[in-house]
Design a protein around this ligand. Structure first.
Ligand SMILES: Nc1ncnc2c1ncn2[C@@H]1O[C@H](COP(=O)(O)OP(=O)(O)OP(=O)(O)O)[C@@H](O)[C@H]1O
Length: 285
């Protein structure tokens, strides 16, 4: 989608997520404070931090609005705050300041809280679907399709503790993708699958978007962001560097962080363009 098309969609579309000057801070408790209960009580009353408490300011003043029907890739180097931002949109982490408003229920892909590693994949499919609010009759209807989508073969009848992290991600994606979500937040699940699984997931993300949801995708796989997203937000040290059309943002990101990958991609594009213009000339002769 071009910048002009994005602007046209935004003019008519309904905002689903508004992130307003959000700061997200982790507090890490170091050594326990001295002075026992009286000192702890004093700290609670005066709202003082524990001695030795460290803070990690993971997201620093991020603002943007997401619209219904958009798929937004969050990209950035390790530790830039992508997953933290996703957790906050899901309502799992309160902002230290600023606010996040959502229209509809956000679902963070990774229903791990409801998944039990010592239970089989089959049992986890049922548990995961129940956690997503599906009725037993709906689960029975969708069950085969979920297993087929996950594509983990006979492992489905083994405990999840025997799965590779990629297999676990595939099953989680398959479960979460059965339902239409108002706001679907996906953290890296697609990066672990093989090419065939990625293609199926990309197609499913497109369907979910068409069913009027908003999809956020955190990924180091820039190809996945190009394929699945129309918009990308590039984060660096907890701040937005660029927010715009996915291909343009990924190009700019590659130029900064992986110029060789960009050069290769441009060479392939140029090669294709030359081949096409040669073919055009031949056909016009
Ligand atoms: N549970 C936590 N407790 C303390 N600090 C954390 C915690 N989780 C993340 N952080 C810190 O917050 C910052 C942002 O981390 P986050 O996981 O959001 O980055 P990311 O962009 O998703 O990284 P990656 O690409 O490596 O997954 C980092 O400095 C990280 O060390």
């Amino acid at each position: 989608m071009s910048e002009a098309n994005i602007a046209a969609v935004r003019a008519t579309a309904e905002p689903t997520v508004v992130v307003d000057d959000v700061h997200l801070v982790y507090k890490i408790i170091g050594k326990s404070g001295k002075g026992g209960a009286p000192a702890a009580l004093r700290r609670m009353i005066l709202r003082e931090s524990l001695p030795g408490m460290r803070q990690v300011h993971a997201v620093r003043g991020v603002s943007f609005t997401a619209y219904r029907g958009e798929a937004i890739g969050l990209i950035g180097p390790n530790g830039s705050g992508k997953s933290t931002l996703l957790r906050a949109i899901a309502g799992l982490m309160p902002p230290a300041s600023g606010a996040i408003y959502t229209q509809g229920q956000p679902s963070l892909l990774g229903i791990s809280a409801a998944m039990m590693s010592d239970m089989t994949g089959e049992r986890n499919v049922v548990l995961g679907c129940l956690a997503l609010g599906m009725k037993p009759s709906e689960i029975a209807e969708q069950y085969e399709q979920i297993c087929e989508f996950a594509g983990i073969g006979e492992f489905i009848s083994l405990p999840m503790s025997t799965y590779s992290s990629g297999m676990g991600s595939r099953l989680r994606f398959a479960i979460a993708a059965t339902r239409t979500h108002d706001i679907l937040l996906i953290d890296e699940a697609l990066a672990t699958g093989d090419a065939q699984f990625r293609r199926r997931s990309e197609a499913r993300i497109r369907e979910l978007r068409e069913q009027a949801g908003t999809v956020f995708l955190v990924s180091h796989g820039l190809g996945v962001v190009r394929q699945s997203c129309d918009r990308a937000i590039w984060l660096e040290e907890g701040k937005i560097v660029v927010d715009g059309e996915a291909n343009a943002v990924v190009d700019a990101y590659e130029e900064r962080h992986d110029p060789e990958a960009l050069a290769e991609r441009l060479a392939v594009l140029r090669g294709n363009a030359t081949a096409m213009s040669d073919a055009d000339q031949e056909s016009s002769i």
